[in-house]
Write a protein that binds this ligand. Structure first.
Ligand SMILES: Nc1ncnc2c1ncn2[C@@H]1O[C@H](COP(=O)(O)OP(=O)(O)OP(=O)(O)O)[C@@H](O)[C@H]1O
Length: 325
């Protein structure tokens, strides 16, 4: 459905020199530097997949999404999405995509939400019957009834984001680009937005490309991740594979009847110890959890044990470290 081949994009940025003399000179001669935002990126995404597009700040995620949604033209490379080249056939192409930029609004600031929806209906030329059906569905699923007549500028961030997502789906697109869709949302709204994305993916087969710094979004939604760093694609694979490769440790928190006896088990590192509680890191290649617990029960009088796998956040940090980004 989406095929990207050798995509590159650079920006010319005016150099700012220090000192008054240099600033004066810059009035007449502007020097520029080139920022290579995206460098030779290739990937393909089949219909119905949810892909997490991740990477540190400035890695080039938004630049890629802008090219894929036809807002930016790349310097080189090709991109075919449902047979369209996004930046060349934009008018026909946008009917098939929905875009949400968490930081920017596609709604009209001063008018009630429902009026923005009506405007989008006209812009996308959505037939009245299908608009009504989709709109009702979105209002229900995203709990918009109580805010439909409020001007967008009076909405809270979470309320606005739910309206943004609804707006991006009014024309029933096949692909949804989400750039930081849960930024600034409270825990309840985040979960609601995630559940909704899952539903439209499962029930309508919408393909989703999601950029986020929230690893819980990734964990909840994306089965595959594309990792980008300094403009290049560094990893393309399943989240499960990533866990298997980097999730080599588990953390055990043990509560025990206080004792001064040392805790020493091969393959286990003591992360912290306070009276009656120790936090241990188990190297899964060197020790089995069951034998570690067995050893522990010999060394201390156990009261409680909690075992945690490495969080996806930790796994991603290790991946960033491996690629030195
Ligand atoms: N319009 C622009 N003009 C000049 N440079 C730009 C422009 N847009 C992006 N860049 C530069 O391109 C690089 C990639 O930026 P981009 O916004 O794609 O990163 P990102 O991965 O989305 O970052 P973040 O996680 O911080 O949102 C950065 O170095 C940025 O400064």
């Amino acid at each position: 459905m989406i095929s990207v081949e050798g995509l590159s994009k650079s920006f010319q940025v005016a150099k700012r020199s220090k000192g008054l003399g240099q600033a004066f000179k810059a009035l007449f001669v502007r020097e520029h530097t080139t920022v290579q935002a995206i460098q030779n990126i290739s990937f393909s995404i089949p219909q119905g997949e949810i892909v997490g597009y991740i990477g540190p700040n400035g890695a080039g995620k938004s630049t890629t999404i802008k090219m894929l949604s036809g807002i930016l033209v790349p310097d080189s490379g090709s991109c075919s999405i449902m047979g369209y080249t996004p930046w060349k056939e934009r008018t026909a192409y946008v009917k098939h995509i929905g875009v949400v930029f968490g930081q920017r609004s596609q709604l009209w600031w001063d008018v009630p939400v429902i009026d923005s929806f009506e405007l989008l209906k006209d812009i996308y030329r959505i037939p009245a019957a299908s608009y009504r059906a989709t709109c009702d569905l979105l209002i229900e699923a995203l709990d918009l009834q109580g805010i439909l007549h409020t001007p967008v500028r009076q909405l809270s961030l979470g309320q606005r984001m739910r309206c943004e997502i609804a707006a991006s789906l009014l024309h029933s697109p096949d692909i949804l680009f989400l750039d930081e869709p849960t930024i600034g949302l409270d825990a309840v709204s985040k979960i609601a937005v995630r559940q909704f994305i899952q539903t439209i993916n499962k029930e309508r087969g919408v393909t989703v490309i999601l950029t986020t710094h929230d690893m819980n979004d990734i964990e909840a939604l994306a089965s595959r991740i594309l990792l980008i760093g300094k403009g290049s694609l560094l990893y393309d694979g399943r989240l499960g594979e990533l866990r298997a490769r980097f999730g080599t440790h588990k953390t055990i928190t043990v509560d025990y009847r206080e004792t001064n006896r040392p805790i020493a088990i091969p393959g286990v590192t003591l992360l912290s110890r306070t009276p009656g509680r120790a936090v241990l890191s188990v190297d899964m290649e060197r020790a089995r959890i069951s034998s570690v617990i067995g050893e522990l029960s010999e060394q201390v009088d156990l009261l409680d044990v909690a075992i945690e796998a490495q969080s996806i956040e930790e796994v991603i940090v290790r991946l960033y470290k491996e690629h030195q980004i």
